[in-house]
Design a binder for this molecule. Sequence first.
Ligand SMILES: Nc1nc2c(ncn2[C@@H]2O[C@@H]3COP(=O)(O)O[C@H]3[C@H]2O)c(=O)[nH]1
Length: 715
Amino acid sequence: MDENSVLNFLRDHPEFLEDYIVSPEVSPDTFERWSIRRAIKFKIPKRPFTGTPMAGGWTIIPGSRLIYETTRDSGNFRQSGECTRILYEITQCCGQIMGTNAVELIVQNDEGAFSCRKTEEGELKLKKVKNSKNASYIQTIVNAANQTIGEIHFYIPLESSEKSIVNVVCTWAAAANYFSEIYNHKSQAGPDSLDVHENIAKQRKLSNFLLDVARSIFHDIVSMDAVIVKVMNFAQKLVDADRASLFLVDSRNRQIYARIFDVGTGDEEHVRVNSDGQKEIRFDMSKGIAGHVASTGEGLNIENAYYDERFNADVDSKTGYTTKTILCMPILIRGVVIGVVQMVNKHNGAFTRQDEDAFEVFAVYCGLALHHAKLYDKIRRSEQKYRVALEVLAYHSVCNSDEVNKLKKIELNNRIIELETIDFNGMRLSELEKPLYAVYMFKTLFSETLRVAYHNWAHGWSVAHAMFATLVNSPEAFTKLESLALYVSCLCHDLDHRGKNNAYMKSMETPLAAIYSTSVMERHHFNQTITILQQDGHNILKNLDPEEYKETLSLIKHCILATDLALFFSNKAKLNVILDRGEFDFSNREHRLLTQAVMMTGCDLVASAKPWSIQTETVKVIFEEFYDQGDAERLSGKEPIAMMDRNQAHMLPQMQVGFMRGICMPCYDLIARIFPKADKMRERCEYNAKKWEELAAEQKAKQEATGSKNGDNDS
Ligand SMILES: Nc1nc2c(ncn2[C@@H]2O[C@@H]3COP(=O)(O)O[C@H]3[C@H]2O)c(=O)[nH]1
């Protein structure tokens, strides 16, 4: 058959030709190449956009839905090709919109340009482009890193309006592709853009998390340690570290201590939260990577800790853990380093630049949480102080001097009989008499129950008197300011005492115990002293110059706090050692302060050095107060100590022996070593101690004779 007869046959039998063309004999590539050649040859006019299925069974779905579905599914595509497939679909979409097949996708990568075609099985095949055909119009598609990731070659001329349609579609496609890659942080456009996407995906996770942290800080007001642990835990996972810890700066001692340590070991967050930086992990700021960052305020990324001379290996030796890589950032509040956060041992390799960037953001959030914690504590403390101030105000509301003078002039009988009947006419009382009668009725009803039996003004006076008697007999011992501080401290050392001791304040979680963590009552007494000094007409120190004023206040604080018996034992021990070594020197500031402290205790316990009759009378009221405290403790379900338990009253002499021998005698022995003239107190205390021992012995004998615990016959 010659060429003509073949052509005639094919013309007469079109189905034969079509069957051949659509048979496996002709590959899709060949078919597509033919269709492109045909379009070029005949400049086939564009068919109106009909929305009908095109070659390959691909149906136009208007606009973004197509892009959405393609990019949404891109997450399920294999690593290689999901970007190419999106570009291929977009190319087909653009061809459809332009009503032509004469479009071809060319993808670019490091190896050059490739033409992209679809096989019958729907696989995309890339074929290296040897010589580019002269396309009528080329639409480029770029990624977030502004790199060309593909070109759509049109082999038919496009109007400018058509070009802008194609441009819009491709721009959206690129954006959709970009976000689909970010969401799956995968990319075909080469390592750089992978970094970009990887990093942006991380940033997206980071910003979502930090938003969550901010929400928990400002909305849930959960414990700040919980927030910080949450932040640390996420940071540790984000930078893929094995351990994380938070160190706080103790600027007074130039040390840092672990507030949160070992975050991230095991499933649950194994966290040790030290509210006040207990001993476990604490070291000088001059040591360690943490110390260096805390001192310099600059972050460090250490690849091998043991090769870095700044590294503090002591902690490893304590914990048995081996540190290799460290990422450490300072936490700053208003430019001041308050702590450092540390990530330790990245699971693969060293911490990266991205880890540093992400972690820097975390350091800010840790600072935010810590700052908030401080503010929150401050608010809580000032709230407690406010409550105490209200209590004190209620207790000591001040009336003016004019009212006081008028009230003094009004004489009331010890007992006002007519008040005890309903018929009494209160209307006839003056404005001044009413409060006076109210106080009379209060005292008549409650004076025996509500007054503070021992820690009242009489005690303050007696302690001040003891200090006066000591100072007046040793005038050269202290400076004027020291003597002033000592005397004023004695007067004020138990201001606003409530008849309860520090142990009670703590166990009952009172507002005062919430404000002061140590020497609760003594700090309150000092605070009350300051409050009085700050009231108009009450500042007896106002004539001192600023330096003297400051020195005197500091001495008053030292003296009042020294009346906390818990501090006496260490003061006594230190001073005895100095005296035993013959090193005591009155010109030494430390020695003077210790002497003042022990003198405060000596004056505070002066009842034990008074004549026996006064000692027994005083002890009576002391134990009245103790038993009231014991009753209050029992009411709240707590067992009082024997000394405060009125059911153990028979043990009083025995307890007095313990108190005199264990505390009072050592105190007066020590004072007599420094002030020989004060030996009188020691002698009197020794006498009283012996008297209590006799009473204790009698009590014991009675107990044995009667078999009853308190020696009474009716056991
Ligand atoms: N057992 C006992 N305690 C005393 C005696 N004198 C003072 N105290 C206690 O010693 C404490 C010293 O400090 P405070 O004045 O706060 O409270 C005082 C009492 O609790 C005493 O004679 N016997």
